[in-house]
Design a binder for this molecule. Structure first.
Ligand code: PMP
Length: 308
């Protein structure tokens, strides 16, 4: 997670100096918003995958949080992402924009000043390249996922990730790789930083978006599956439906696509990654690397550095 510069409100700040005051409201109350985006190498140079959609979700998250009159526009943030990639000499990287609140400590959003920082660094698949090939073991978490009327689920508000971090840490301490989190009604929602899919009798299922983040990888995978002729249904799923599925896999920008071959000590299907997840992973990697049918639709090429 190291790079040379972090973009902070228009300035390229050296990594070690990119600091925020300890009394910033975001640190105390979890009132920040972030995104996770990836850039990939393609035959036509580096390109950011679904940049516009990520920046739009970032602005939507800010809207959900209720910060009024956010000063940075979509094109400005897109340009700042490209500038950050250039400043750090990166091609394949993970990009992390964050909106944080500066100003007096207190619970009134309107008294604080919204800021923007963008970091980027080289980062392989979040759960490891091996996990994509061999699959992972997940547990079902004892904590529930956020209720839409407590911490809204359509936004990447930093405070929402207290739930993710507590769940993920218990999973890792217990020897699992990741956790499935159920919604407050007991239905499968999502994982700590990924959406979830299962396959049964040739049909791919994923929970509807009501109580989960509208993942861009989720959307990508649904479209790639449709292109491959795999039927997709958005339906409520129970934990026992996961146990008896033929395949389970999870999706996210950081993790990409990862098969779950065991859940709560039950082998899923054959206990090895299935053919649906394998074909989707291939199609996904081709697409993000500029070799897929939909690559042009989704890739935004990093413009050559302005000589000025
Ligand atoms: N759910 C949660 C809770 C997440 O944090 C993420 C990661 N952004 C996802 C799902 C997957 O979203 P995406 O595919 O857009 O990265």
């Amino acid at each position: 997670m190291k790079s040379d510069f972090i973009w902070m409100d228009g300035e390229m700040v050296p990594f070690a100096e990119a600091n925020v005051h300890v009394l910033a409201p975001t640190l105390h109350y979890g009132v920040g918003v972030f995104e996770g985006i990836r850039s990939y190498q393609t035959p036509n140079g580096p390109a950011v995958f679904r940049l516009r959609d990520h920046v739009q979700r970032f602005l939507d998250s800010i809207q959900v949080l209720g910060v009024l009159d956010y000063p940075h526009s979509l094109p400005e943030i897109q340009q700042a992402v490209f500038d950050t990639i250039h400043a750090n000499g990166l091609t394949e990287c993970y990009i992390r924009p964050i909106m944080y609140l500066d100003g007096p400590l207190g619970l009134n959003i309107d008294l604080s000043t919204p800021k923007l920082a963008i970091a980027a660094w080289e980062w392989g698949p979040y759960l490891g390249a091996e996990a994509q090939i061999s699959g992972i073991h997940m547990m079902v978490a004892s904590l529930s996922r956020l209720h839409p009327n407590v911490n809204m689920t359509k936004s990447k508000i930093t405070g929402n990730y207290a739930n993710s971090m507590m769940v993920k840490s218990i999973a890792l301490r217990s020897g699992y790789d990741e956790a499935v989190i159920l919604d407050t009604a007991g239905y499968v929602a999502e994982c700590t930083g990924e959406n979830i899919f299962m396959v049964r009798n040739g049909i791919m299922y994923t929970p509807p978006t009501a109580s989960v983040l509208e993942g861009l990888t989720r959307d990508t995978v649904i479209k790639l599956a449709t292109d491959l002729g795999i039927p997709v249904a958005e339906e409520m799923i129970t934990r026992d439906q996961l146990y008896i599925a033929d395949e389970v896999f999870i999706t996210g920008t950081a993790a990409e696509i990862v098969p779950a071959v065991k859940i709560d000590y039950r082998e899923i299907g054959t206990g090895r990654p299935g053919e649906v997840v394998e074909s989707l992973l291939k199609s996904y990697l081709d697409t993000v690397h500029g070799q897929g049918k939909r690559s042009d639709e989704w890739l935004e090429y990093v413009p050559a550095k302005n000589p000025g």
